[in-house]
Design a protein around this ligand. Structure first.
Ligand SMILES: NC(=O)c1ccc[n+]([C@@H]2O[C@H](COP(=O)([O-])OP(=O)(O)OC[C@H]3O[C@@H](n4cnc5c(N)ncnc54)[C@H](O)[C@@H]3O)[C@@H](O)[C@H]2O)c1
Length: 438
């Protein structure tokens, strides 16, 4: 039983939320926050706003709402800034993204129009399908970092901020592996100074954030902060980092279903997943190199949850395929089909079919909200480096090099809530329950 009670600085003034990318996810998130602030909507899907946390014994009947249990910033505190390679303000961008109905956008039009993106740090080699001219006009990576740091400082000054969080909601960059230059901060700094091609734009944002004393969250599957040099910087600056890739749609379903199959010791022969989607994210992922980044993120989930090494009779050699097909007529309203070939007693085969007509950005927006609030909390609690307790929100959770990531949604939720109890000096809940029967 671990009871800690960490000293947490109180939330002060406004909370600055800086979003990289002003696309479907960002605009849906900002529009939702503004609508909730006006009482026009509820924060559905957000654990900080609607979730409760049980404290103490079941007989105590203590279950406060998470946002009342912790010293979190409120939605009213939030002020936004964004970067994008296109000049559209958040209202124009959200019309193009096509996630929210016009009438919902009209009610927050003024707030959205006032969110105009700053010029982005962009390199088309990293996102082949996009080109935009709202970009910072220099190619020196060190200069670009300095310009981003200036953006952060200006935003801080304008709103007199103590607390800021930066979150990557930009397009998925091409797949790159951790190489020699990513191994230590010293070498990485030299790579920045020599404009090394393996220093991606997302890394420059993350570097600028950490150098500025700002926590960084990565909502896409790019490498970005998930390598030793950046973790060294996070450690040095005492900043929390988390990622990668928001857990929405099909992968969310996988991490709900797979633990259930394993819990009941049902075997899996194959899991085929295919999607059609027609938003800008879908277009970017139509490029094989960006898709490779996404595929890596999506494929590992089942291996980790099902543990074929521990359960060879059930999960050795199951076939797993993930397809994403760009299909413009669907816009953001994607459709994901899953076919599972499973087997039970005496090896008898069964099938499960899922047809999920989901809205990716509707699932992603509350994740952005929670991650922003929790990352700010972590920073005020002095928690630095990888925030494994935030795995709950990611498809490809970052974890220490000698650990395997935890993908099971229910273990992730237990981990998250126990971390909150730990932070607030409450007892861990083990679900043992013998005390009720003594
Ligand atoms: N929608 C979801 O549910 C979901 C789930 C998991 C991950 N993601 C990831 O989140 C990211 C955003 O998704 P989306 O649906 O909003 O995509 P989107 O294409 O609508 O928006 C991304 C925005 O980022 C901008 N951008 C690209 N590179 C940039 C850079 N270097 N600097 C600043 N802006 C840049 C693009 O111009 C675009 O406006 C994607 O990487 C996506 O894979 C989304």
């Amino acid at each position: 039983m671990t009871v800690s009670g960490i000293e947490i600085k109180p939330p002060e003034g406004k909370l600055g939320v800086m979003l990289v990318g002003l696309g479907a996810v960002t605009t849906t998130f900002v529009a939702g926050v503004e609508a909730i602030k006006k009482g026009l909507s509820k924060p559905i899907g957000s654990l900080t706003q609607m979730g409760t946390i049980r404290l103490g014994k079941r007989t105590e009947k203590r279950a406060p709402v998470v946002k009342e249990f912790l010293p979190l910033h409120s939605l009213e505190d939030m002020v936004f800034a964004a970067w994008d390679i296109f000049e559209d303000n958040a209202y124009e961008a959200s019309l193009k993204a096509g996630v929210l109905e016009r009438q919902d956008l009209e009610s927050v039009k003024q707030e959205l129009e006032s969110l105009k993106p700053m010029k982005a740090v962009f390199d088309q080699n990293y996102v082949k399908k996009l080109s935009g001219d709202h970009v910072k006009p220099t190619s020196s990576k060190r200069d670009l970092i300095n310009l981003l740091i200036e953006d952060i400082q200006e935003f801080k000054k304008k709103h007199q901020l103590t607390n800021i969080v930066i979150i990557w909601c930009g397009s998925t960059e091409i797949f790159i592996r951790t190489g020699e230059i990513h191994q230590s901060l010293d070498v990485f700094d030299r790579a920045i100074d020599s404009n090394h091609p393996d220093v991606a734009p997302s890394m420059l944002y993350a570097y600028a954030a950490l150098k500025s004393g700002v926590p960084f969250i990565n909502g896409a599957p790019n490498l970005t902060v998930d390598f030793p040099a950046m973790l060294e910087l996070a450690d040095k600056m005492h900043m929390p980092v988390s990622g990668k890739d928001f857990k929405t749609g099909q992968t969310l379903m996988k991490t709900i279903l797979a633990p259930g199959l394993k819990a009941r010791l049902l075997g899996l022969r194959g899991w085929f997943s295919t999607n059609i989607l027609g938003n800008r994210d879908g277009e970017v992922l139509d490029d094989p190199e960006s898709f490779k980044t996404k595929e890596e993120s999506k494929l590992s989930v089942l291996e980790y949850i099902l543990q074929p090494d521990l359960y060879p009779d059930l999960y050795k050699d199951f076939y797993h395929k993930v397809r994403i097909n760009y299909y413009p007529p669907r816009g953001d309203n994607k459709e994901g089909w899953d076919n599972l070939d499973i087997y039970g007693w005496m090896g008898y085969p069964m099938q499960i079919k899922i047809d999920f007509l989901c809205r990716d950005s509707i699932l992603a927006a509350p994740i952005v909200l929670d991650l922003v609030l929790f990352s700010d909390l972590a920073q005020r609690a002095g928690m630095k480096g990888i925030q494994e307790w935030l795995s709950f929100y990611f498809k490809s959770p970052m974890c220490a090099p000698d650990l395997y990531p935890e993908h099971d949604l229910f273990i992730q939720l237990t981990k998250l809530k126990n971390t909150l109890r730990y932070m607030m000096g409450e007892e861990q809940i083990t679900h043992l329950g013998v005390e009720y029967y003594q």
